[in-house]
Design a binder for this molecule. Structure first.
Ligand code: ACO
Length: 192
């Protein structure tokens, strides 16, 4: 946490925001009831802190705000789909790159949604990727809204996995996610 504070992030405020929003609302988290709103999640928070530690995270903060080994089987289900789908795409070889910038988490306070905040944050993340000379920007877009944003920012759909067709050994869907969220889309943008 101290290294993140040094990077200009109030990481504790970010984690509290994610507990109140992303942890409960992200479609895959919601499908497996990973967390109740406001609840902590050790492994997911570890991933969030490690991601912030990369020092490529950006946040839009209101002036007056303060701002892997999986033990949880539900967390395992989520990271299994994300990990295996990306692994099978062999992205580094396909795009002939050694590094890429991945937008792992996009989260907007429930009270501020639908005003273009997420689109602006992803747009700025792409600009950040360009500044850091990454040649590929990737998003594992787990829901309809993040997919709309990625498409509107010129990202291509590399792979779509329908949640209905992503089943266990008995043929039962592993994630039952209410509309409008239907699929996981791996979205990429090649950068000059
Ligand atoms: N109903 C209908 N359309 C909506 C809604 C809604 N409730 N919310 C957003 N949209 C549409 C917008 O109209 C817009 O589409 P358009 O450009 O075609 O008009 C698009 O979705 C994006 O809208 P934004 O306002 O930029 O998105 P917002 O700031 O509301 O944030 C987000 C979207 C981040 C998905 C938010 O709903 C959220 O925090 N959800 C919970 C966490 C989550 O699911 N994160 C994404 C997972 S994928 C990942 O993290 C890499």
């Amino acid at each position: 946490i101290s290294s993140l504070r040094a990077a200009g992030f109030d990481s504790l405020a970010v984690i509290l925001h994610l507990r109140d929003n992303f942890f409960a609302d992200e479609p895959l988290n919601k499908a497996v009831s990973l967390c109740k709103r406001g609840e902590p999640h050790a492994e997911l928070e570890q991933l969030c802190l490690a991601t912030m530690d990369d020092r490529l995270s950006i946040a839009a903060i209101q002036d007056d705000q303060n701002v892997q080994k999986c033990e949880d089987p539900n967390y395992h289900k989520i990271f299994n789909i994300l990990y295996t789908v990306s692994r099978d795409l062999d992205i580094f070889n396909t795009f002939k790159v050694e590094t890429l910038m991945e937008c792992r988490i996009v989260s907007v306070d429930a009270a501020a949604r639908g005003r273009g905040m997420a689109k602006e944050l992803i747009k700025r993340s792409i600009e950040l990727a360009l500044e850091h000379e990454f040649r590929l920007f990737k998003v594992d877009a787990t829901g309809h809204y993040s997919q709309r944003i990625c498409r509107s920012l010129g990202m291509a759909e590399l792979k779509k996995v329908s949640y209905e067709d992503y089943t266990d050994e008995l043929g039962e869907p592993i994630f039952r996610i209410p509309a409008p969220h239907h699929a996981l889309c791996i979205m990429v943008k090649e950068l000059p």
